[in-house]
Design a protein around this ligand. Structure first.
Ligand code: HEM
Length: 391
């Protein structure tokens, strides 16, 4: 058995895929004693798990207090709330954001273009999603930095695998959640009196079967958007630029044929997935492969492995810009399929178009640092320095 700890060397965290390929062959389903959970590596098994919320519940004992969000709910409550927030996330609402995404991207690039070098992460990929979610929710721009700090803490994993580190991270998360809750409570109070055209106002007016959402539910949902939408989109943007720098001819190909960009982004999602794994809990005894998973046990589905499964994808370790079909699992599958996928795709699309329109020869600055993000479920780097020439 390859222990998960083996993945903790810098090299493997930056490129874990050969390890996943090996695990899929040797132990496609296995129980990891040290973490006390099952790991599942094959596409077919993971697809089945995500498709079956009755057997594989999303109600996992998350560390942060008892705040429930759609991410950790099962039907029927999940169905009701998801239906409601779907209405707030319609394709129209999202596509209306395109011109804002465009102008914010341009502003962020204006700030760095003179230097002909930038850190993709801190100069572009971090601020853009935070600004967009803050605007969507209706948070004033001057509070953006507060937001960034809170959302960072919410997705942070422990620095070390010790009880102390876990306790500390839980305490930090509770504090950040309390601060965010107070903050949103104040905004909600204002919007109740004076509604605006923002998501918080919409949620305040929305009803499920004749009942309004509770304050707790609205806060929970706002916090979920921050936690689920920021770092993931940051990593999509950074991983996409990383891919561009790994293949210079791809840059020209996409510049010449921008209609390839949506397919390119899907392939980035498959190849370098921002979220590597999705957790569930078995609600009853169930067999996967030759193994019996018993009621109450945790199951971790490694989508980063499923996306490279040769039984599903032809030539899976090759990056194919116009791969079709491309049924990657990076946004999940089934009833919990990522609510923010249209927004993340739109941001990715506009960032790529703008970068390629404005800059050429985008290259990784060799020798600059590339540190992976601590959380084992996230795939991304903390900084990614590139140089470029202006077009
Ligand atoms: C759910 C990935 C961006 C909001 C999910 C899930 C995944 C995912 C894998 C399913 C989790 C599960 O089944 O347990 C990603 C990736 C993103 C991204 C890779 C960027 C590339 C966003 C954005 C938002 C968002 C921008 C919000 C603005 C949500 C929400 C859920 C979710 C609310 C829960 C849906 C539910 O439980 O019904 N995301 N996400 N995500 N995502 Fe995203």
């Amino acid at each position: 058995i390859i222990p998960m700890a083996e993945l903790n060397t810098k090299e493997k965290r930056l490129l874990p895929f050969p390890v996943f390929n090996q695990l899929r062959q040797t132990t496609p389903v296995r129980y990891d004693e040290s973490r006390g959970c099952w790991d599942v590596f094959r596409y077919e098994d993971i697809h089945r798990i995500l498709k079956d919320p009755v057997t594989f519940s999303s109600k996992r004992g998350l560390a942060v207090k008892d705040r429930e969000t759609i991410l950790t709910m099962d039907p029927p409550r999940h169905t009701q709330l998801r239906g409601l927030v779907n209405k707030a996330f319609t394709p129209k609402v999202i596509s209306d954001l395109a011109s804002r995404i465009s102008s914010i991207t341009d502003e962020l690039l204006d700030d760095v273009q003179i230097k002909e070098t930038m850190d993709i992460v801190s100069d572009l990929a971090v601020p853009l999603p935070v600004i967009m979610i803050a605007e969507l929710l209706g948070v004033p721009p001057e509070d953006r930095n507060l937001f960034k700090e809170w959302s960072d803490i919410l997705v942070k994993g422990p620095d070390q695998n010790t009880d102390e580190a876990f306790k500390q991270i839980i305490a930090e998360k509770e504090q950040a959640t309390d601060e965010l809750s107070d903050y949103f409570a104040r905004i909600a109070e204002q919007r109740r009196v004076e509604p605006k055209e923002d998501l918080i106002s919409l949620l305040l007016q929305a009803e499920v079967e004749g009942e309004k959402l509770s304050d707790k539910e609205i806060l929970g949902f706002s916090i979920l958007l921050l936690a689920a939408g920021n770092e993931t989109t940051t990593n999509l943007i950074t991983n996409a630029v990383r891919r561009l720098t790994e293949d210079i001819t791809l840059q020209q190909q996409l510049r010449d044929s921008p209609e390839l960009i949506p397919g390119f982004l899907e392939e980035v999602l498959r190849f370098y997935p921002p979220i590597q794994a999705i957790g569930r809990v078995a609600t009853q005894d169930v067999e996967i492969g030759d193994f019996l998973i018993t009621k109450g046990q945790q199951v971790v589905s490694w989508v980063a492995s499923a996306n490279r499964d040769e039984a599903k994808f032809a030539d899976p370790d090759t990056f194919i810009v116009d791969r079709k079909p491309n049924a990657h699992l990076s946004f999940g599958f089934g009833i919990h399929f990522c609510l923010g996928a249209p927004l993340a795709r739109l941001e990715g699309q506009i960032v790529m178009e703008t970068l390629l329109k404005r800059f050429r020869d985008i290259q990784f600055v060799t020798g600059s640092e590339m540190t992976y993000i601590q959380s084992p479920f996230v795939y991304g780097v903390k900084q990614y320095k590139v140089s470029f020439a202006r077009l």
